[in-house]
Design a protein around this ligand. Structure first.
Ligand SMILES: *[C@@H]1O[C@H](CO)[C@@H](O)[C@H](O)[C@H]1NC(C)=O
Length: 431
């Protein structure tokens, strides 16, 4: 090995010492352009090109400047690095190829012509590495009680050094409250709200439910692809109920909507009960129970009581329960006299007692004809099966004509068994 290297070095020296200008003619060789500097991501291929004119009988060599390691002379590769090859076209374009560049390949490369004195020019090979997270020093999803604090960490490697920043996935601002507990005392407290936070560590203090969600840590260094990691911060707190209308009045026979807004994390179990029995209300012909999510921790509870009856009047409770606690809130439902109030329905403020009339928004498009009021309270048993489900919303008009219609509808139903009976009798008769 060493002998071979020595031999090659002597060949190179011989070439440099005894320039072959007998064939060169009148012109001395020279470079016809600079070497382009290269910036190559780790693992990709790199090619330096050395442009030469009037080379004549001289030779072109490649040397790595920092280690003085000879890479190639003319069309012979000298280095033991198997990833290095050379090529040329005519005698004017001399290429040095490095396959799958490694960190140690980075540095200055020199293209030499063995004139006397030697001519050379250099090109820089910069190896870059796209950013990557250090999994051991990067946070995963977190759980924190409301008012507590969390420290999120994201460490990224790469060349050049990556820039690490934080954002919220939903686009809301990050709230930075200083000082972070455990940091230097007598520091002035300070709150700032930013769309982006720079740094490997994100410290959140006195965290509120509104700061719950996905935080993105993004690392970039100009070498694609940039990388990001999603970290979910789950903020826990016991349920809270907000009731927009605690007193709801509605006429008998109408549909009434009661609603409660619940905030809880983890998600609470939500239910309605009616005093004094305390049985949980579930969806049935008389009730419709719904829960509409408003945000990851907010739910709108909606109880619809269909075709309000005297016995429905009373106190309703919406209740919410999670691992951290439970809470309930009351809504009082009372009867108001229908016909007079329906004139000014939908919701309005009663001058006498400042009560907000119903969240009974079901009836808000209520331009009910006056005759409609006459069927209140007796629609139940008389309606046809198909409309029974919509009692209170669109009341069928029950009058003499519709009763006659009902008879006409029933007639074929009654007749058809008679017809079949007749057929059976006839068959029996024939036999
Ligand atoms: C290549 O980079 C070096 C520094 O690294 C600089 O001095 C030189 O001018 C660059 N050459 C070209 C052709 O841009």
């Amino acid at each position: 090995m060493v002998d071979r290297q020595k031999a090659l070095l002597m060949v190179l020296l011989a070439l440099l010492i005894y320039p072959n200008d007998i064939f060169g003619g009148a012109f001395q060789p020279e470079f016809s352009g600079p070497i382009t500097n290269l910036t190559v991501p780790l693992g990709r291929d790199a090619t330096f090109t050395c442009l030469v004119k009037h080379l004549g009988g001289y030779r072109v060599g490649w040397v790595k400047a920092d280690t003085k390691a000879i890479q190639a002379i003319h069309d012979h590769v000298i280095t033991h690095n198997k990833r290095v090859t050379v090529s040329h076209s005519d005698h004017s374009m001399w290429n040095l190829h490095i396959k799958g560049v490694q960190k140690e390949d980075g540095g200055l490369y020199m293209c030499q012509i063995n004139t006397d004195p030697m001519k050379s020019q250099t090109g820089m090979l910069s190896i870059v590495v796209p950013p990557d997270f250090d999994p051991d020093a990067t946070s995963s999803d977190m759980m924190v009680g409301e008012g507590g604090q969390v420290k999120l960490t994201c460490r990224a490697r790469g060349v050049p050094e990556p820039r690490v920043s934080w954002r919220r996935e939903d686009g809301r601002n990050i709230i930075i409250r200083e000082p972070f507990a455990g940091s230097a005392p007598n520091q002035k407290s300070h709150v700032s709200s930013v769309t982006e936070f720079l740094g490997e560590e994100l410290k959140l203090t006195k965290i509120s439910r509104n700061e719950m969600g996905v935080y993105l840590c993004i690392a970039s260094n100009g070498v694609p692809p940039a990388v990001s990691k999603r970290i979910y911060i789950n903020v826990h707190f016991p349920p809270v109920i907000h009731v927009p209308n605690q007193l709801v009045g509605a006429p008998l026979g109408t549909d009434v909507v009661l609603e409660c807004f619940v905030e809880a994390s983890p998600m609470s179990i939500n239910y309605w009960v009616k005093d004094p029995k305390g049985a949980m209300i579930i969806t049935s012909v008389r009730y419709d129970v719904q829960a509409v999510p408003k945000s990851p921790f907010e739910v709108r509870m909606i109880l619809t009581i269909r075709n309000l009856q005297k016995h429905d009047v009373g106190t309703y409770k919406c209740a919410a329960k999670n691992s951290l606690g439970e809470v309930e809130s009351n809504i009082r439902l009372y009867e108001i006299s229908g016909p007079t109030k329906t004139q000014t329905w939908p919701p309005f403020y009663d001058e006498e007692d400042e009560v907000v009339y119903g969240s009974a928004e079901v009836d808000k498009a209520d331009n009910r004809p006056p005759t409609d009021n006459t069927v209140y309270g007796r629609v139940g048993p008389l309606v046809t099966p198909s409309s029974a489900i919509r009692i209170g919303k669109k009341r069928p008009m029950i009058n003499a004509n519709s009763a006659a219609d009902a008879h006409r509808r029933w007639l074929p139903v009654v007749l058809s068994p008679l017809v079949s009976l007749t057929i059976v009798c006839r068959r029996w008769w024939w036999w």
